[in-house]
Ligand binder design. Structure first.
Ligand code: ADP
Ligand code: MG
Length: 700
């Protein structure tokens, strides 16, 4: 008889209502299934016994054989602690209890041989273990135990309520007893023999009660593979469904606009990466499925022209297009950049932002609805109800990390058929993560910078070297260059940050006085018109220094600016630092990025700064970022279920992920509906998973 793994955990012997409640609240364990999938964080080698004189001050978990020779109570600030002297033939140490002291004294026997187990601390000149696990040696020897002792995830509350690691181990043991250790296989025989994967049953047993190091590794591999395999299977299936169900406009022809731009107005030779990406986009637009593509490209890699040429494909087929950017400044910059090309090609283009005047708005609304207006650029103002396109064929979203999922789907609702969507981001996401997060989006990558760029030189300087930095700025300005100085602005700290910005601005104005020097300032509290005025002055080269908060972070293009100074650089995240640095190095001159910090730096900040100094490669930086922060903070991962991984680790196990993806793909390629008999096991498991887990609320 097989036990239903959906049985509530309360029914397991040894788990009463109280424990069940704690397991639910603290570890999210509701069913037998959840418990079997509670995988150990790590393992302790319990074949080893330590002598007291072998202990090291490294806080590791050890087991020691010895006798409790005495107890004493020691008063402390609040209450008292119970201390037992523990002795073996090499020395003594202490066992300490802060709670449950009465019970401990009654249940433990003096001068009997125990095996004590726990984390060793060094305190007051002695080693101790607080709240050790203790077992009489005679019992210890009788108990069958695995070689590698699992350590399960726990919480303070659980251990306070007596649900120790040993208790968890016990109830998992009970689960194996009740189920006879029989668990349904979830991978096909073919796949298992091809990859030499051990059975589900053996994997589960060995992950909880490993018989050897080798079996443990094989168990872990099998379970990680399975976990990632089903995520990939789901993502790829969704992609199939998406492709076959959601029809899109077919852009049949490459027409006059595109060809004439390509022949007569292309300002530079496209890089190979740009050409490749354009081909990918062209193929999507020419098929009858809706495009849903993510375009990744480092700052300065030239995404704008790819966007523009894609827009031309839409226009050539009689459709309108829009380009949405997160800030007014960036929208204006896109507008001004594209306007020049549009004028040459006789294309109508307009910009719509929060500060567009009512009269102008009316004109825009009208010409959009009757189809006269071909391209609309703007901020999220594009998403307002009144903005109605006659036939929106392509929506491009720049710097997506500023836009939420909901906002994006709003653009969709404007048509009978959804427009093709191209999302551009300069925050590179490591391929492995992108694969698991965006498995249902297609991804294009511009992995090549336009030729002739000089690598930006990045240095880290402490505040006390400011005078040298100022001297450097003066030199660069005298060569005709322009300088950015950026201050952090964190919402919780807004007041202080504005003060820093203003102080910085004043000190710059003092050291770089008018009329010889002109300094602009831009920050989020300024009126859009004033911001724009200052930006324009800088863009035109009328001011040499731009003091700003991160409002300039996204997308500003001033090729003559060659120095980026980032104040309090330790307060910025890696991807933000990289974005900011990308504002320079756009012209032919050597460019510099100077990271200013105070002396006090956390280990984490140091790593970020060192990474910036070491590399200009956005993907490398993204990998480090991911390691420092974990995938949780990276856009998109919240929805993806990547966070809910039970055993695999998206970073460490990226090779398993690739393998899983490869096999999921090739299985679905031959049998997209999983109807072959050998694939029934995948279909069934997949159905089970989607029934009990609701982690698949993907973007778009
Ligand atoms: P991003 O990908 O950061 O949006 P942009 O599209 O703003 O980058 O391009 C950065 C700069 O590089 C712009 O000044 C652009 O004109 C220039 N550029 C783009 N592609 C090329 C190319 N193939 N050759 C030379 N310059 C290019
Ligand atoms: Mg850009």
């Amino acid at each position: 008889m097989s036990v239903n793994l959906q049985t509530p955990i309360d029914y397991l012997k040894g788990v009463g209502p109280n424990r069940a409640d704690l397991l639910r609240k603290e570890l999210g364990i509701h069913t037998y299934q959840d418990l079997i999938n509670l995988f150990p964080n790590r393992y302790i080698d319990r074949t080893q016994y330590y002598k007291i004189n072998q202990l090291q001050r490294n806080n590791s978990d050890v087991q020691i054989i010895g006798k409790i020779t005495s107890f004493k109570e020691v008063a402390q600030k609040r209450g008292k602690r119970l201390v037992g002297t523990f002795q073996d033939d090499t020395g003594t140490m202490e066992l300490v209890w802060f709670r449950g002291q009465k019970w401990i004294r009654e249940s433990l026997k003096l001068n009997k041989t125990y095996v004590a187990f726990g984390k060793v601390n060094w305190f007051g000149g002695k080693f101790n273990i607080a709240h050790p696990e203790l077992e009489l040696q005679e019992d210890h020897e009788k108990n069958l135990r695995s070689v590698m002792q699992p350590v399960y995830p726990s919480t303070e509350k659980l251990s306070n309520k007596g649900i120790t690691n040993r208790v968890i181990s016990k109830i998992i043991q009970q689960l194996f007893i009740e189920t006879n250790g029989k668990f349904n296989e979830t991978l096909s025989d073919n796949l298992r023999s091809e990859l030499k994967l051990i059975s589900k049953q053996s994997a589960l047993f060995n992950v909880h009660f490993p018989k050897s190091q080798d079996l443990l590794s094989r168990a872990q591999f099998r379970l990680k593979f399975e976990e990632l395999f089903y995520i990939q299977l789901q993502l790829i299936l969704k992609n199939f469904i998406h492709k076959s169900k959601i029809k899109g406009f077919t852009f049949n022809q490459v027409g006059d606009y595109f060809n004439s731009f390509f022949k007569d107005y292309l300002p530079f030779e496209l890089t190979n990466a740009q050409k490749r990406v354009l081909k990918e986009i062209r193929a999507d637009l020419g098929s009858n499925a809706q495009m849903n593509r993510l375009l990744q490209g480092d700052v300065g890699s030239g995404k704008t022209i790819v966007a523009f040429m894609s827009i031309l494909m839409a226009l050539d087929n009689g459709f309108q297009a829009c380009l949405m950017a997160p800030t007014e400044i960036l929208s204006a910059q896109h507008y001004n950049g594209l306007l020049e090309w549009c004028n040459k090609l006789n294309i109508s283009i307009k910009i719509l932002t929060g500060s567009t005047k009512t009269s102008e708005r009316r004109v825009i609304h009208e010409s959009l609805e009757n189809g006269e207006l071909q391209i609309l650029i703007g901020t999220h103002a594009l998403l307002e109800h009144k903005v109605k396109f006659k036939n929106l064929g392509l929506a491009i979203i720049d710097e997506q990390h500023r836009f939420g999922v909901k906002q994006r789907s709003k653009l969709w609702q404007k048509n009978t058929l959804p427009p093709h969507v191209l999302v551009m981001t300069a925050t590179p996401i490591p391929r492995t993560l992108a694969m698991s997060v965006y498995g249902d989006l297609d991804i294009s990558i511009i992995d090549e910078l336009p030729p002739g760029r000089k690598a930006i030189k990045t240095v880290h300087r402490y505040d006390k070297n400011r005078l040298n930095v100022f001297r450097f700025i003066r030199d660069e300005i005298s060569k005709g260059r322009q300088i950015y100085i950026v201050y952090p602005l964190i919402q919780e700290n807004e007041k202080m940050d504005y003060k820093d910005l203003m102080d910085g601005y004043e000190s710059i104005s003092r050291d770089f006085p008018m009329p010889k020097y002109q300094t602009s300032i831009v920050h989020g509290k300024m009126k859009p018109a004033d911001k724009d005025y200052e930006m324009q002055r800088f863009i035109k080269g009328e001011t040499q220094i731009m003091v700003a908060t991160t409002v300039i972070e996204v997308g500003v293009n001033v090729p003559n600016a060659s120095v980026m100074i980032i104040e309090s650089a330790e307060r910025f995240g890696l991807s933000q630092l990289h974005q900011l640095r990308g504002r320079v190095g756009r012209g032919a001159e050597q460019s510099y990025c100077i990271l200013m910090t105070s002396h006090k730096l956390s280990a984490n900040s140091k790593t970020r700064l060192e990474t910036m100094v070491k590399t200009n490669d956005g993907f490398e930086i993204a990998e480090v970022d991911l390691k420092l922060r974990g995938p949780g903070d990276i856009m998109g991962t919240q929805q993806s279920g990547v966070l809910n991984l039970k055993i695999a680790d998206i970073i460490r196990d990226s090779d398993v992920l690739q393998l899983a993806r490869h096999h999921a793909k090739s299985i679905l390629k031959i049998d997209p509906s999983l109807s072959l008999s050998e694939n029934q096991v995948f279909l069934n498991t997949y159905k089970q998973l989607s029934k009990y887990k609701n982690i698949w609320n993907y973007i778009s």
